[in-house]
Design a protein around this ligand. Structure first.
Ligand SMILES: NC(=O)NCCC[C@H](N)C(=O)O
Length: 258
């Protein structure tokens, strides 16, 4: 079963947080249209869409990835590092509890954003979870996540993240586990022995749709070519209005597998 959580953008999207880049005006109507296209791309790739109830007072709620870490039958509800985003988690918890997931929570003083969590299941079935320690996620949050995931056999590895908002703003993984990133934004590429540098910052962000297909932004055409030369099929979507808010393709959804 391939299901994916998404959350419709609200009316205050343009007021979303911006930390590492200059603020530029967001066209909310265009952003709505881009979100519909993003969801349509997932649907046409065979994913069942599950909408989390909108959180209209939270400008950044569309970045649903930050509110949860899902592994197996467990949903660890995050405690976002930015106070403005803390109310977003209730809707995500309700949606996942409704789908039958076991619920655990990151508690104070821990903070953790789902965008800091990169998971990979190796060919031998071992799960590695790299977690960015930086602006939004603290050591207590990582310790709690590790304790929640340990019974599921996952190994949690802390990765200092200072140059971008979240670990997954810097690196993501291709279907074969190769970790890709735009080197100037990666604190220590040597963390991953098979690190693959990509020529564009948005090229660092992929959503794995199946063993040979990735979803990525149209704003990284040279990286797209690089991936296609490696034999990957690429589905590209324009998410310019979300990129102005330091969002990327990964943060607009949470894939639920199995
Ligand atoms: N996982 C992600 O990359 N999330 C992007 C969140 C962007 C939002 N404007 C924020 O600063 O929280």
């Amino acid at each position: 079963m391939k299901r994916v959580l998404v959350r419709r953008p609200g009316p205050h999207l343009a007021d979303g947080l911006v930390t590492h880049i200059e603020r530029s005006p967001v066209d909310v109507d265009l952003a709505r249209h881009q979100w519909e296209r993003y969801v349509a791309a997932l649907l046409s790739e065979g994913w069942e869409i599950i909408e989390v109830e909108p959180a209209e007072d939270c400008p950044d709620a569309v970045f649903v990835e930050d509110t949860v870490v899902v592994l197996g039958d467990l949903a660890v509800i995050s405690r976002p590092g930015a106070d403005e985003r803390k109310p977003e988690t209730a809707g995500t918890e309700a949606a996942l509890a409704g789908l039958g997931y076991r619920i655990a929570r990151i508690e104070a003083p821990g903070t953790l954003d789902g965008g800091d969590v990169l998971k990979h299941v190796g060919p031998d079935g071992t799960t590695t979870v790299w977690v960015g320690l930086g602006g939004r996620t603290n050591a207590a949050g990582i310790e709690q996540l590790a304790a929640h995931l340990a019974p599921l056999g996952a190994e949690v590895v802390t990765v200092p993240t200072t140059r971008v908002l979240h670990l997954k703003s810097a690196v993501t993984a291709l279907p074969d586990g190769t970790v890709v990133g735009h080197e100037p934004l990666v604190d220590d590429p040597a963390t991953w022995p098979d690190f693959l540098p990509v020529p564009e910052e948005p090229g660092a962000h992929v959503v794995v749709l199946d063993d040979t297909t990735v979803l990525m932004s149209t704003s990284a055409p040279r990286t797209r070519e690089l991936f296609e030369r490696r034999g990957l099929r690429v589905v590209a979507v324009d998410i310019s209005e979300y990129e102005k808010l330091e969002g990327c393709v990964t943060c607009l959804s949470v894939r639920l597998r199995g």
